[in-house]
Design a protein around this ligand. Structure first.
Ligand code: CA
Length: 231
């Protein structure tokens, strides 16, 4: 793959062995141009200046913590579209990453399998590439404008992470039909192998909270998955 079609990845991580492991495996996978930052402040500067296609961001960083860097990048118009994969040291931190609404697109717990991380990065990049503009969708008080990447509830804009947006859009496109958790994982997250389906539950919960009362249109179908109500 040449430099033009290569994806530019920024790795923000202070642990050299983790950076080396990621670099090695991304090089092996091919098609990636790698840039590095050893602390949160440099990560922020490089992300703004280089506008990479993808950011791998560690949670524990000198100067500015990863969650803060993520929140800042996701709040700025120039960088909010860049997918971010968070690295967390402990499984307990996952809830903080998801719960604090830093807007990360995915997360991986250390120690991670380099192969898995490369697969996830490719899945997220693929997901971004297929987010073509299509027609407006609506269900009850909710309207989605895919072209503008906008979700409105009773005409009022609701801020969703890119993952929550994709999840809601997928459910609304298949309105009235039950979507199984592993199918959602596959299509929304892009995972080829089934990982923990509770990931889906966590995100549906966050999505409902953000939609407020309108969140009722997303129904749980016990033992199966989720569905957006027909009426
Ligand atoms: Ca670290």
């Amino acid at each position: 793959m040449d430099a033009v079609s290569s994806k530019r990845i920024l790795i923000v991580e202070d642990e050299n062995d983790v950076v080396d492991l990621l670099t090695l495996n991304l090089r092996k996978a091919g098609g990636f141009l790698i840039s590095k930052a050893g602390d949160g402040a440099t990560g922020l500067t490089k992300a703004r200046a280089e506008k990479p296609d993808f950011i791998i961001l560690d949670l524990m960083l000198p100067k500015i913590p990863g969650l803060e860097v993520c929140k800042i990048l996701k709040s700025e118009a120039a960088t909010r579209h860049i997918p971010i994969l968070m690295l967390t040291a402990r499984a307990e931190e996952i809830d903080r990453v998801v719960g604090l609404e830093c807007g990360a697109d995915d997360y991986v717990t250390k120690p991670f399998s380099p192969r898995e991380i490369v697969l996830r990065i490719k899945a997220i990049l693929r997901r971004g590439a297929t987010e073509e503009a299509d027609d407006r969708l609506s269900a009850g008080p909710i309207t989605i404008d895919p072209a503008r990447h906008e979700v409105l509830v009773n005409g009022k804009r609701v801020e969703l992470t890119s993952l929550e947006f994709k999840l809601l859009r997928t459910l609304m496109q298949r309105r009235g039909r039950v979507q199984e958790r592993d199918r959602l994982l596959n299509e929304v997250w892009g995972y080829e192998s089934v990982i923990d389906t509770r990931t889906v539950d966590t995100h549906v919960r966050r999505l409902r909270e953000k939609l407020g009362r309108a969140g009722e249109v997303v129904e749980t179908v016990r033992g199966f998955g989720y569905r957006v109500r027909e009426k």
